[in-house]
Structure formats: C-alpha cells, structure tokens
Design a binder for this molecule. Sequence first.
Ligand SMILES: [Zn+2]
Length: 320
Amino acid sequence: MALARLSSTLTSAPTSTFFFRAFHPIPPPSLPRLSNRVLTVPLSVHNPALPVATEAPKTTRWKPLCLYHTHGKCTQMNDPMHLEKFNHNYQLDLQVNASELDNLSSQNFDYFLVLDLEGKVEILEFPVVMINAKNMEFVDLFHRFVKPVEMSEKRISEYIEGKYGKLGVDRVWHDTATPFKDVLREFQIWMENHLLWGKEPGGSLHRAAFVTCGNWDLKTKVPQQLKVSKIKPPRYFMEWINLKDIYLNFYRRRATGMMTMMRELDIPLLGSHHLGIDDAKNIARVLQRMLADGAVLQITAKRSSSSDGDVKFLFKNRIR
Ligand SMILES: [Zn+2]
C-alpha cells in the first residue's frame, strides 16, 4: 500500500502548478533530481459531493480513472458528462517521451508488473500496472476490488466506509468487489492473455517480474490472504523486485516509501494516495523514471519452495 510519510507533502501548492505539471507526466531528465518543491495531493473527484477545481482550462484538467471501467463494468461510455468527468484512457498518466529512452539499460525482463495491494485485515484491492521493460511504455492494467471472505457484512461496510469513503469510491467498491479466489482466477487469465504465465510448465512468470514498493505485498500480505482464501501459493508469487532496494543501490539514497521517491525525483503525485490503482500508477511512474535514468531491475527477494517458505533477500544493501 505504498506506505510513506505524507505530512511534508500535504502542504498546499498552487492549483495551477498541479494542473500544469499533471500534463507533463514525466519531467525531462535534465531537470534537477532533488528539489524542495512541494507536491500537491488533488482531491478525489470520484465523489460528486467533493469540490471540483474549475479554474484550469478544460484541456488540461486531470481526471480520475473510471473505476467501473477498470473492472470492465462502465455502462456510461456514451454519456459526454461522464466522459468529461472520468478518465477511460489508462495510459494518459504514463506516457513516455522519445528523449527519455537515451539512457535505457538492457533488462533481464520484457515486462514489469507493478503491484500495490490495499487492505490490512484482508486484501481489499488488487491493482497491477504492466510496463514494457524495453521502451518503458504502459501496456495494460489489471484492477479488482477484493471482497473479504472472513469478515461480516457489517464489518466490511464500516471498513470500506473508513478506507474508501473519504476517497469517494466506496460505492464502486461495493458494486464491483469479488472474493480473492475469483480475482486471482481473472488475474491468471489476464496474464495468460499477455503470454506472461501458463499453468504448465511450473507456473512461474515468463519474461516478467512483479515490482512492489517494499516487501510487504508479496512477503506478508499475499501469503496471509492465500491462507484465508484456502489457495495453494502459486509459483508466480515466489519472487519480486522491491523498487526501494533498486532505488537505494542505484541512486545511493534511502527512500522509505513511494512519496519519498516521488519527492526526491520531482515527480508530482497524481490521484489519491492509498487508492491502490493510483498508487500503482504512481509507482509505475517512479519505475519509468528509474528506467530512463539507466537503472537495471533485478529480483531482490525470493521465497524458497521448501515447506518453510523462507524469503531470501538478494541485495546486500537493502531497506529494512
Ligand atoms: Zn466510465
């Protein structure tokens, strides 16, 4: 869930700065890397009750993703008002300029799958953003809200209101969430369609690796949920790249979370922090910048296939 220190970044910045910068998804590499400039966190406009900034020109207004669309359930694609309000173009915030490809290193993978789970007790959201390792381009995303299996309906309602209510997406959560077992089945079909995975042989990822911000998602949360959902751990969850360890070894700086990396790289936050799909997109933007700067992404953690399932960390210098 891309835990980070929010306090220093929540100070206000001029709205115009945000709108200007929002339409320059990745600043050119020549810009200074470290900056004291404050980033701004826009209010989510998923909820019509929340104020919507109107002073910026229409053509440059940043729009939140339509979360029905990410679930394949948007029924308002013919409604101009809806299209004006919500973004249905996934790659809009993840575009790449040709000038950013000059320093690319060759990678051991063809694709990176940026994963950023939400949910403390059980997983509530499972977002994956697929980036081409050779040209940094956005390929596709997979996004599902996940319905807990061991909690009562009452507890789920309170939990969702507390977490997603303030982001204005509790309604869409209730309309779309399905149990983890079903989400995983759909995710496997999605991976198969992209030729990233097949049940045979072995069930590991082909040509791709998960990228997470920290080890929590795949070291802790996924195994817990697999147990709760009574699913045998799939092989594709056995190794991953912790972007914070790559960041530490590449830039020689420690970053405690997504927000720190974004601040240090002068990348503005887009969307709502702690909405999983927005965090995954923001982490993907950090990944794109690191690739543009020449970083090579390697597996940082591997789970042993023996019964103890111990995780081995492959980098000597790592964030603990
Ligand atoms: Zn829609």
